[in-house]
Design a protein around this ligand. Structure first.
Ligand code: CP
Length: 314
């Protein structure tokens, strides 16, 4: 059965591990349905967040508590950590490793989770490192596709938004590349396109890739072609002083009722959340809008990850 030492990047998973993890997540849903269990009784999770989070922090903490464990938590580590007095991330991790049995880390620097894993006496789970990866969000996303569409092979997916900086999209791309018959549309404003290293990675894996550029991607046309519409934020900071481009993107990269009307009946609309206007709440009640299902599946996946780290299976 799957046993994880650390969870730092999507590339560490193979298809067999994904299948096993998703089976455990299915079982976790049953435990959740009974109000929880005690598989991780006496274990302590430390959530060490240098950057704000609702979903990742609360869902890991909730998952740990549902499994009978306990939680130590800081959501503003950059303000209260002893690193302000001169310590390093490595020193913090070594120290908190004495107080806990697993650490979930969110940090502003790409590569920080790997750095932490190198020195940590306990498992490190990457809760998002800079613009590099967010592997647990991508596991949730992959599980959502599996659950909602019945499988991942052959899926046509459009990623829409700031693809240069979305760590969730990057991690999900690594997972999709392990599957067959995948077709990906990258849809981003100029300068926010998917980075070249990922484009080359996907091409080497024979993934069918299309890049849709410009400030008006005509989402209604695209909507007809895809099984999954995966939308992310377009933050103003990503545009620097190109505020005109930002205003046009904010207007044209929006999924609303008109776009949804063109989507296939059995397709899904996803978002890792939080959103900032790029999906109009008017579509929330449509059955194809599954972003709150992603939130729900997040608990099952994170319960499964914690059990896999401790080798405790239901
Ligand atoms: N999807 C996600 O990572 O959300 P948070 O930033 O709220 O954790």
């Amino acid at each position: 059965m799957i046993r994880l030492k650390h969870v730092v990047e999507a590339q560490q998973f193979n298809k067999k591990m994904l299948k096993e993890l998703f089976t455990i997540a299915d079982n976790m849903e049953k435990i959740l349905g009974k109000g929880g269990g005690d598989l991780l009784r006496s274990k302590i999770l430390a959530s060490l967040f240098y950057v704000p989070s609702n979903r990742t922090r609360f869902s890991f903490e909730s998952a740990m508590i549902r499994l009978g464990g306990q939680v130590l938590s800081t959501d503003v580590a950059e303000a209260f950590s002893s690193e302000l007095k001169g310590g390093s991330l490595e020193e913090t991790i070594r120290t908190i490793g004495y107080y806990s049995d697993v650490i979930v880390l969110r940090h502003y620097e790409s590569g920080s989770a790997k750095r932490a894993a190198k020195v940590s006496p306990v498992p490190i789970i990457n809760g998002g490192d800079g613009t590099a990866q967010h592997p647990t969000q991508a596991l949730i996303d992959l599980y959502t596709i599996e659950r909602e569409l019945g499988g991942v092979d052959g899926v046509v997916i459009a990623f829409v938004g700031d693809l240069a900086n979305s760590r969730s999209v990057r991690s999900l791309c690594y997972f999709l590349a392990k599957h067959t018959g995948i077709k990906i549309y990258f849809v981003a404003p100029p300068m926010l396109n998917m980075r070249e290293d990922m484009i080359q990675y996907l091409k080497r894996r024979q993934i069918n890739l299309f890049e849709v550029g410009g400030l008006n991607p005509h989402l209604e046309d695209l909507a007809k072609k895809v099984d999954v519409f995966y939308v992310t934020q377009i933050p103003v900071e990503s545009f620097g002083d190109r505020l005109d481009d930002y205003e046009k993107s904010k207007k044209n990269f929006v999924v609303d009722k008109k776009v949804l009307k063109k989507m296939k009946r059995n397709s899904i609309l996803m978002h890792p959340l939080p959103r900032d206007g790029e999906i109009n709440p008017e579509v929330d009640r449509d059955l194809r809008a599954v972003y709150y299902k992603q939130v729900y599946y997040g608990i099952c996946i994170r319960m499964a990850l914690l059990c896999s780290v401790f080798g405790k299976m239901p």
